[in-house]
Structures are given as structure tokens and as C-alpha cells.
Design a protein around this ligand. Structure first.
Ligand SMILES: [Zn+2]
Length: 271
């Protein structure tokens, strides 16, 4: 994580305040304790005063892009969608009239989103894939039976197998390897849900390029729990307690982390 950047941001606000040169946004941060850094991370779904939003024109493009990506997923299937790279996504869209090719303004929008510095949203994680057309390695991954998900061979797969051996089949892989297209889709779908609040979206989902699902991290959950596995309720389960006891709960996003991200007890840090 970029701790220096975070400290610089917070420090900069404090210095400008103490020097008397308080900007409007810094003033708002200082005067509204509910919008302090930790309040934002704890109330990740709420709108906060200096959150970054898309314009109404960008929202129109966002909606068409999310719908098109969903149609891509419908054609290639969930498993392949998780691994799809950007060039192949465009190719598939051109080849299937049911999807329809991405328009230039949509591609420009996707490029703009990908190459933005996520620290502008308040997300301070590292970038894992630096180019929009970067791919996840081909030969180094394997499909995990009955999950529809992929894991990288080596430490991620070994770690998952150890977890299953020790905790049993009530712990399941809920999300493995994700390429740029899937992360883009998840982030933009979340941004649609937050009505264009990109800061709020980034407190729940790493922006495309910043997800460690492209590097080996994976999510686990309790069998039968569905979407509830992606809430802090997962931390109350016996399965999570066992993960902690056995030393597997090395979390990428622990409570009150300095990355600008909510607490994610389900996300296992591998790399
Ligand atoms: Zn995750």
C-alpha cells in the first residue's frame, strides 16, 4: 500500500489548516468529523463530502458499457469472463451482434477510467496491472472444480487446498483470478449502483488494474451464504474464526486499513 501517499494527503490537509490557508475541501474535512478518513472507510456505502462523482453525460456511457459487458459475460460464460482481457472483449463484442461493438466514446470512457489515479477517489492501493490490455498469465492457472473460478497454480492453489483440507467443505472459493474486464465490470456496476460516486465504489471494490485478484489473492465464503459472504457478517462465522486460528486470515483489507477500503474478512492476501 502507499502509506506515504496517504500520510501526505492527511498531513497536507492538517498543514494547510494549521498554516491558516484552509481550502474549502480541507475545511469541510476538518469541520465534519463524520467525513474523516476512518468514518468514510467504516461508512463505505455512504456519500461523503469530497467524494468524486461521474458527470451526467458519463453516467449515460457508464450504463451502456455495463449493459454491454453484461452481454459479453452472457455470451462467454462466467468462467471465461473472469479471465477475459480487454482486446478479446472488444473482439467478442464485434463478433456477436447480440452484444454489439463497443462505440468509440465507450472505449474512450473505459480508457479514462482505467488510467485514472485511484488516489483521486481516496483509494490508496497499488496498481497490479498497469496497462488496459494487460492479461493474466495463461498457463499458470487452473479451474477449481464446482466453483466456476480459477486460481493461480503455486501458493494460491496450495493455500486454498490447505484451507479446504483443514476446514472442510463448508468453506468455498467465492472469487478467484480476475482479469481487467471482470474487474472493470464489477467496479462500474458498483459505480452505477452508487449513482456515479466513484469514491464510494472504490471503498468496496478495487478500481480496474488495482485488484490483487489479478495477482493471486482470492475470496472465500461459507457454503450456502451467497452474497452475505461479502459482508462483515462473514467475520462472525465459525469458518472465519478457524481461518484466524490457523493463520490463514492474512487480510488484504483489515479493519481500518490505510488503503481507503472497507473491512473485507473474506479476502485472503496471498501475494
Ligand atoms: Zn477479494
Amino acid at each position: 500500500m502507499d502509506k506515504r501517499r496517504f500520510l501526505k494527503t492527511v498531513g497536507g490537509i492538517l498543514i494547510s489548516a494549521s498554516a491558516g490557508g484552509v481550502s474549502t475541501s480541507a475545511y469541510a474535512l476538518i469541520c465534519r468529523p463524520e467525513d474523516s478518513y476512518f468514518e468514510k472507510v467504516r461508512n463505505f456505502d455512504a456519500d461523503h463530502v469530497d467524494d468524486v462523482h461521474l458527470s451526467s453525460d458519463q453516467m449515460v456511457i457508464l450504463k451502456s458499457v455495463v449493459a454491454r459487458l453484461r452481454r459479453v459475460r452472457g455470451i462467454v460464460g462466467h468462467g471465461n469472463f473472469a479471465l477475459l482481457d480487454f482486446d478479446k472483449t472488444l473482439r467478442v463484442s464485434r463478433n456477436y451482434s447480440k452484444i454489439g461493438r463497443f462505440m468509440k466514446k465507450e472505449i474512450d470512457f473505459l480508457e479514462d477510467i482505467f488510467y485514472r489515479d485511484a488516489a483521486r477517489y481516496g483509494f490508496y492501493g497499488e496498481k497490479v496491472l498497469s496497462g488496459l490490455t494487460d492479461r493474466v498469465p495463461n498457463r499458470n492457472r487452473t479451474k477449481v472444480r464446482r466453483t466456476g473460478q480459477y486460481l493461480f497454480k503455486g501458493t494460491p492453489l496450495v493455500t486454498y487446498k490447505q484451507i479446504r483440507d483443514k476446514l472442510g467443505k463448508d468453506v468455498v472459493l467465492t472469487s478467484g483470478v480476475r482479469g481487467i474486464t471482470k474487474q472493470m465490470y464489477l467496479f462500474l456496476a458498483k459505480a452505477q449502483h452508487t449513482k456515479g460516486n466513484l469514491s464510494s465504489a472504490s471503498r468496496s471494490l478495487a478500481p480496474p488494474g488495482y485488484s490483487f485478484h489479478a495477482a493471486g489473492d482470492f475470496d472465500v465464503g461459507k457454503r450456502g451464504w451467497g452474497a452475505r459472504n461479502f459482508t462483515s457478517d462473514f467475520a462472525k462465522t465459525d469458518e472465519f474464526k478457524k481461518l484466524v486460528d490457523l493463520g490463514y486470515a492474512r487480510l488484504r483489507y483489515p479493519p481500518d486499513n490505510l488503503l481507503g477500503v472497507r473491512y473485507e474478512p473474506w479476502h485472503i492476501k496471498v501475494v
